[in-house]
Ligand binder design. Sequence first.
Ligand code: PLP
Length: 391
Amino acid sequence: MDYQAKIARNVASIPRSGIRDFFELVQGRDDVISLGVGEPDFVTPWHIREAAIYSLEKGQTTYTSNLGLLSLRKSIARYVESFFGVPYEASKEVLVTVGVSEAIDIALRALINPGDEVIYHEPCYVSYSPSIVMAHGVAVPVVTTKEDGFSLKPERLAAVITPRSRILMLNFPTNPTGACASREDLEGIAKLAIEHDLIVLTDEIYSELRYDGEKHVSIASLPGMKERTILLHGFSKAFAMTGFRLGYACAPQPIIEAMMKIHQYAMLCAPIMSQNAAIEALENGTAAMLEMRKSYHQRRDFLVKRLNEIGLECHTPGGAFYVFPDIRSTGLSSKDFAFRLLEEENVACVPGGAFGPSGEGFLRCCYATAFDDIRTATDRIEAFVGRLKSK
Ligand code: PLP
């Protein structure tokens, strides 16, 4: 049978994730230091794990409401109001999802009609463009540059808006660059969203991980924006809960209702033990989260300093746990650099090109890795770059 002919065209047209392809090569190799996968090296704090275990002990092994446990939605609403300054009604404006990944997918499917344009800033998280295409939308990237600290400038956004534009996707702090947006830029972006009647999908997954005492501002908190914003957040990064697969969406009720219909048929609900653990994370997890953040902050400072010393120019990212050094001075493509670094020095980083064409010439290094490993990895990168430059 010609299976390729049986695969839906929009699915056949999207590539596999460049990150996953690369990490299949890493699997099974000894002595590799990975600055690759964007996942905390911390185990989920014990009191949160214990809440999941206790949930099982009590025999809580059932489905929950499609929207998620009301007690969790109440915790989410309280947390979102205190952290982002945006109030949502727990009973109808909050939907618990299987990670932010599911929330992105169902938000796009709930809003896109075939041919609608969805704008996002690039380099960006690997799922954005494929998720838009799978929802039959048209992916419209706006390039962000090293010179702008990889933040989205309103004038660059204005240049790509057309009458078909329907959604703007934002992600600050950004995966893979760690970029943050200033309040001033967010205000400019909000003005354009209102003028052009765009729905804004803001992926806030790294919002707790801001450094240097900077306070995170979400576009949802700006005047006139709550009504046109879907705020997505989750537990994977700040609470080190990737395996719990839990996230949420906060939005006006008709949008939550539309997303819930897809969620109800495709997923039914998020796992109940993860939901119980998430309540514990929101109610009592801040101290552990701040400890992890302190450690990421120290690692960021060390890694940025070392990469600049090595001659791989690197801006200081304001958030998340990634740095995005410029490797163009080595003359290698990002893929060749990453493959050779892995082959010759056993250090895994992700080629910048995996995050869209504008990521080419850069490398993503994740510093959610033990400090000593980061130190050894930078020594190995130094040796590798030294050899390249001496040729
Ligand atoms: N959004 C961004 C920007 C991410 O970097 C990631 C994971 O790396 C996700 C969403 C997926 O998060 P989750 O584990 O909640 O599905």
